[in-house]
Write a protein that binds this ligand. Structure first.
Ligand code: AMP
Length: 122
């Protein structure tokens, strides 16, 4: 399986500084910023800086350093935005057509600040 990365996707443009973002945290391999259309009081997107299309792509092909950096960044963000330890949160990643992914650069949604409701529409 090979993955095809579109370097013109909106998060690639954010990473190149072509589009502004409201940064929450930046590390060597990871950027986190507020979602432009928040679905909850806390809605942060965490993205790797590397060109990974989906979670499965990142999990399969990112370096150990990138994977550790991403998740340690998440740990900092949970505390920074006040969801954990605390009220809790939901972390979602949409992948591909069935996942209804809109932006083809891997991103983790961190949602919180209210009860998030059922997991999915059945
Ligand atoms: P997904 O459907 O999982 O691909 O989610 C894409 C998310 O990116 C949506 O929640 C959008 O609101 C968000 N988004 C799109 N453009 C921007 C942007 N320029 N800055 C921040 N978030 C964005």
């Amino acid at each position: 399986m090979t993955y095809s990365y579109d370097p013109q996707n909106i998060f690639a443009r954010i990473l190149r500084g072509e589009i502004p973002n409201k940064t929450v945290l930046e590390t060597v391999h990871t950027l986190a910023f507020h979602d432009i259309n928040p679905a909850a009081p806390v809605h942060v997107l965490v993205i790797p800086k590397g060109p990974y299309v989906t979670f499965d792509h990142f999990a399969a092909e990112a370096s150990e350093e990138e994977i550790v950096d991403f998740h340690r960044a998440c740990a900092q963000i949970f505390q920074m935005v006040g969801v954990a330890p605390g009220g809790g949160f939901r972390a979602i990643t949409n992948s591909g057509a069935d996942g209804m992914q809109e932006v083809p650069h891997y991103h983790l949604h961190i949602l919180g600040g209210r009860v998030m409701g059922p997991l999915v529409v059945r």
